[in-house]
Design a protein around this ligand. Structure first.
Ligand code: FAD
Length: 430
């Protein structure tokens, strides 16, 4: 008879060696949009020994989608302070808008409600640029724009170069469970499970992380529905020649915008009164969009141009319901309720689409990087410090964006938020 302890010892020796458990990550970032990718770069710059991994539901390299983003000055400054090379690359990829016209969406409609001075200033700028082109001089850009897709690709390539290829994983978050000892266990569809000390939700306005964390306020409490559907797409085959068009119908609150895209083609965005239900995919989104546009009119070139763009969108359109973060009375607190978790970018504070959404997301990335750099690492305390420091500016910028967007949609007026002066944010390189 073999004694039990000898039997167990023999068994242990015969067993193959166990593979060591993967060490927990310091930071798991959910969402590889502009915010998640910029945050990964910022954290790496702030604390190179911190292990960071981004989980993005779209496989990398990314397929083109989205439309144009006009990154505001504050966004560019944040990007430059996060990482100069990525800033310079994106700056060089900008498409210049040389003329911008605000027109009615239907031929013969009365003049749009856009402020007269703005229309006149834009008309003169367009005229000046026409003259400069005739004189073979370089036109002056009215604004410079990037594609959402190229922002995401450039940031992704830089994140992979700095953090290594394993830092960007294709995987959609499926579950997130805080563990009693601190930290989180996360599962994904498309990627192995992982544990992480800190989770940063950068997964956009319909944040899956928020949905999966029962302690967190959900979309119904946090977001105000703007009653609008927004469609976006890229039309690589439709040349824009530096011209942007805003086609509006103030009464129906319909706004269609076409912009030059960096590749010589066009990008387009349409905002209209919200449609019932959700689109089933890009082709269905396009069908739904055609239902809200005025019928084709071959005699009215601006609308024909929009139709050419929409029909030349190879991957179909993306459709979203416009929702913005509520602030003030009755709104849930800005900070996350779960220790070790923070929301950044559109997952924390979606705004109306005037270009400030992406700038706020880049500022968030820098601001968290700055807190982490000063603390020498990242943990729940740094996340809370970030949220406290960030709230006043996010609130101010959100209020201003609402006001600006009301002027677009309604031809004047403003939001109900008091608009304070938005101070320039002081930033230095990470
Ligand atoms: C496809 C798309 C196109 C856009 N195009 C424009 C545009 O043309 N013009 C404009 O002004 N604004 C656009 N926006 C919105 C704008 O980009 C945001 O205001 C701004 O970029 C904030 O960035 P963000 O990274 O916080 O959020 P987002 O840009 O929304 O990025 C969120 C990221 O999270 C990923 N994600 C979502 N759920 C999961 C999950 N469960 N697991 C893993 N990953 C997940 C998404 O795929 C996405 O990459 C677009 C947003 C999206 C998602």
């Amino acid at each position: 008879m073999v004694p039990t302890h000898l039997f167990l010892l023999t068994l242990l020796l015969l067993l193959p060696p166990c593979s060591p458990l993967a060490p927990p990550l310091d930071v798991a970032i959910i969402g590889g949009g502009p915010c998640g990718l910029a945050t990964a770069i910022a954290l790496h710059k702030a604390s190179p020994s911190t292990s960071v991994r981004i989980y993005e539901r779209d496989p990398y390299p990314f397929a083109p989608k989205g439309a144009t983003v006009a990154i505001s000055r504050a966004g560019w400054r944040a990007l430059r302070c996060i990482d100069r090379p990525v800033h310079d690359e994106l700056r060089a990829a900008c498409a210049a808008v040389e003329s911008l016209r605000i027109l009615p969406i239907r031929a013969g409609s009365p003049a749009t409600a856009a402020p007269g001075f703005a229309r006149r200033a834009l008309f003169l700028a367009g005229l000046l640029n026409k003259l400069l082109r005739r004189l073979r001089l370089r036109p002056l850009p009215i604004i410079k724009v990037n594609l959402w897709h190229s922002v995401r690709c450039t940031l992704a390539a830089r994140a992979v170069a700095l953090l290594g290829p394993a830092a960007l994983q294709a995987g959609a978050l499926a579950s997130v469970s805080p563990s009693p000892a601190g930290g989180f266990s996360l599962t994904f569809s498309g990627a192995p499970p992982v544990s992480a000390r800190v989770v940063l939700a950068c997964d956009g306005a319909s944040s899956a992380t928020r949905l999966l964390c029962p302690l967190e306020p959900q979309a119904g409490e946090l977001l105000a529905d703007e009653g609008k559907s927004v469609w976006r797409g890229l039309a690589p085959g439709v040349a824009a020649g530096g011209a942007a068009f805003f086609l509006r119908d103030a009464e129906e609150e319909l706004l269609a915008v076409t912009f030059p895209a960096g590749d010589g083609g066009s990008s387009w965005t349409v905002a209209a009164k919200a449609l019932e239900g959700k689109s089933k995919g890009p082709a269905d989104a396009l069908e739904r969009l055609l239902g809200v546009l005025p019928p084709r009119d071959p005699s009215y070139e601006p609308l024909e141009r929009l139709y050419r763009c929409v029909e030349a969108t190879p991957a179909g359109a993306i459709e979203n319901r416009l929702k913005i973060r509520r602030f003030g009375e009755g709104a849930p607190p800005f900070g996350a309720a779960t220790s070790g978790l923070a929301f950044l970018g559109d997952a924390a504070h979606p705004v109306r689409p005037t270009g400030e959404g992406i700038a706020l997301a880049l500022e968030d990335a820098w601001a968290l990087g700055d807190v982490v750099k000063r603390a020498g690492g990242v943990g729940p305390d740094q996340l809370r410090a970030y949220e406290v420091g960030r709230l006043p500016r996010v609130r101010q910028v959100s209020g201003r964006v609402k006001k600006v967007a009301d002027a677009y949609y309604k031809g004047g007026g403003g939001g109900d938020e008091p608009v304070e002066k938005v101070e320039r944010m002081r930033m230095k390189p990470l």
